[in-house]
Ligand binder design. Sequence first.
Ligand code: GLN
Length: 530
Amino acid sequence: MGKGVVTSSVGKMLQFRGFTVTAIKIDPYVNVDAGTMNPYVHGEIFVTEDGGETDLDLGWYERFLDINLSKENNITTGQIYQTVIERERKGDYLGKCVQIIPHITDEIKRRIRMVAEKSKADVVLTECGGTVGDIEGLPFLEAIRQMRLEEGYENTLYIHVALVPILDVTSEMKTKPLQHSVNELRRIGIQPDIIVSRCPKMITKEALEKIALFGTIPKEAVFCSYNVSTVYEVPLILDEQGMGDFICKRLGLTLKQINVSEIERWKNFVNTLKNCKYTIRVALVGKYTGLVDSYVSMNEAFKHAGAACNTRVIIDYIEAEMFEENPEKVAMLKDYDGIFVPYGFGQRGAIGKMMAIQFARENGIPFLGICFGFQLAVIDFARNVCGLKDANSTEIDEKTPHPVIDLMPEQQQVTYKGATMRLGAHKIIIKKGTIAHKLYNATEVYERHRHRYEVNPEYTEILEKHGLVFSGRSPDGRRMEILELPDKFFFLASQFHGEFKSRPGRPSPIYYGFVKACLDRKLGKPKPEF
Ligand code: GLN
């Protein structure tokens, strides 16, 4: 419904006014973190610098607010109960009956306050996932209700985001669902201060008045997040409606100094996105293609990279298994400006992705691979260039004669699945004179990771002898982080996820390189100009 974008936009409007913000996402599910969830159902798992496997909304906060968040910025029911139960077992509550109120709600508030204190932000945005009325969400809403009592009315502000659908038949804007959710909120003791209606179009005056009346708030406190061509425009349209000023007034935030340069920067970025001179078409060959949210950070990274090249990047989602079933269909990839193979897990679709990689390599089409895409590029090269028959990853075939991709040594004994991958930011040493070096313009960078398997060091020599260059490695030289084929127009892949650090105006260097290469090839240049 767009709560993540509304939350991020509120933060952005406060930043426009010179205030510092941080953001917390509350996920009422019982999982301790998002790491064990299927991206095909839940959407992408966003990875923070400190290795948190979090809800994808943290990605929106980071991209909009240009701040790095921590795993502590994503609170789940699992974490809350784990802490409270551990405490109970230690005897911290000896003699007491441990209850949802106050023990669970106290732990929720403690975690929110901890983020507030550590960040020292002027405003802490706390988004509660799910819908009013969800059983799972109740303890969190109760904690939020108590927060007002403890922190004071003037220091707390409730924003309710609700859907206002437009009926097909009559084109009428219906505020009924919103009226019901406001009632549901009131029933548990929360009266919203602001209502943001999520509607395909700007709400009519009548709808706005109805929302104010039934929501018991002034008309000035009703805003509309209508459909825009890019989500980065949402803070601008809400600000135009007066939401930024309203929030500051209500919270008694005396204007520091309008951050004119940030407003300009943001507006320019939005304008660039909307008016790109060029267009390229990229084939994303993956296995979670039915759910666009599984690749949300990647999509956004392409937008950031595209804006930097004045290029609109159109992504076609192609289900990798289609190539396995109909090998002749791989030829359709020749019509694309670039081929992209994203992250992934397990066997399904692996062969199809590899067919796409081989096609890119053999036909000189720009290629970018991320994580699993990197690993599969190594396998394709081992099989089809180095002649290592049946080379594979032990994730796909445990008995392969050539395990070019294998479990990392420290992973061999790991059976526990929660938060045990290689996670978060790690240092990478970039080899001078390579494409990666050109793109990063640095020899030491940090990028975020999420994987269990890696290039088997026993095979790096033979791979490099055949022309593959590992242009990025871990500081001890043992882990391969970036590969490239220098004799190709652009063929690069990374073990890490550049998309997690990509921001408007500061694109991920590898995504930028790929987009620029796709464009330059389309424009007929002999080689990409970075
Ligand atoms: N499945 C691979 C691994 O665990 C790749 C993971 C990924 O693409 N994020 O190493």
